[in-house]
Design a protein around this ligand. Structure first.
Ligand SMILES: [Zn+2]
Length: 321
């Protein structure tokens, strides 16, 4: 069974043909996202990308089980409409209906990218044995995908599962959503960069200055790299950042009590330097853990670079089943 997975992001639209049985990507390609160009251009560019993908294989669209699409924002998976996406600048846009002009006889499913990524871990990743998953992406923002008893939790009009916008600090830093103190405002890669810059301002002798000069930028990696070299200022930034992420995932774990919390997104590439202290935090603070409640595992998401494509394709696997 072949599936087309489309991962629409603020910078690029990535697409791949996924072999559903083997869980492999047969071929992939991408085009630049024209974020301000509107829904018709987005649909045309997506259709163009799908055409290019089919052209690279010997497949016809009729050989494909369906097209799955993941994208940031609030996406009503039942009606196929993007309710609101800040990154792609769409409001109430009927993307599935627009794509039907190109592909009228094939299942097309769409969902929020974090929801899709969570399903992707279950269908194609290393979480096939788990029924309860909290998936978190630590990227530009903080996205969450929640799977409870094997089902994706989306809420009314698919507007739920926005764990990034629970407050972890009352009256804290301003969030992109307009509220103060959201998890996202402390735990995103963008927040980590802000925290790193603030620490560098105060500590001119930190190794982070040298690393930032060498790499020509201050990134989410800067503090982790310097901390690994023994820089105390950087270690303090990393420890506090991990505390922020830890408080957020313990909150989510206390509500949903998952088998596992999966961490994806750019910051997850820090690997054990991030995951092991988060596991320790979870083991210390998750509700009732000292009194016999089961452990909640913390793991790095298994589908790294192609998580978006696999996640989008997984929407079709679930609709076929
Ligand atoms: Zn927020």
């Amino acid at each position: 069974m072949y599936i087309i997975g489309i991962d629409i992001g603020g910078m690029s639209i990535k697409g791949g043909v996924v072999d559903g049985a083997n869980g492999t990507i047969v071929c992939k390609d991408s085009v630049v996202t024209k974020a301000a160009a509107g829904i018709d251009v987005l649909a045309a560019d997506t259709a163009g990308l799908i055409g290019a993908l089919l052209g690279k294989t010997s497949l016809k669209i009729s050989d494909v089980a369906g097209i799955g699409i993941g994208m940031p924002g609030t996406v009503d998976s039942k009606t196929g409409r993007v309710i609101y996406s800040n990154n792609i600048r769409l409001v109430d846009a009927p993307i599935v209906e627009k794509l039907r002009k190109y592909y009228d006889n094939i299942p097309i499913e769409i969902n929020n990218d974090a929801n899709a990524a969570a399903l992707g871990e279950v269908r194609f990743g290393e979480s096939k044995d788990y029924k309860n998953i909290v998936f978190i992406t630590l990227g530009t923002g903080v996205g969450t995908g929640l799977i409870v008893d094997g089902k994706l939790i989306e809420g009314n009009n698919s507007a739920g599962a926005e764990g990034g916008h629970m407050v972890i600090r009352v009256g804290g830093a301003v969030c992109t959503c307009g509220r103060r103190g959201c998890f996202e405002a402390y735990a995103s890669a963008a927040a980590l960069v802000r925290q790193t810059k603030a620490a560098m301002q105060k500590n001119k002798d930190s190794l982070m200055h040298k690393l930032a000069r060498e790499r020509n930028k201050i990134s989410g990696r800067t503090a982790f790299l310097a901390a690994a070299e023994g820089d105390k200022t950087a270690a303090a930034v990393v420890n506090r950042y991990i505390r922020y992420v830890g408080e957020g995932i313990v909150n989510l774990a206390n509500i949903f009590r998952p088998d596992v919390v999966l961490i994806g997104g750019g910051v997850s590439n820090e690997g054990d330097a991030l995951i092991l202290p988060l596991q320790e935090f979870m083991d210390n603070y998750c509700f009732g853990i000292k009194n016999g409640n089961p452990r909640v595992l913390v793991k790095k998401a298994s589908l790294t670079n192609d998580a978006g494509i696999f996640g989008a394709a997984s929407l079709i696997v679930s609709s076929v089943k």
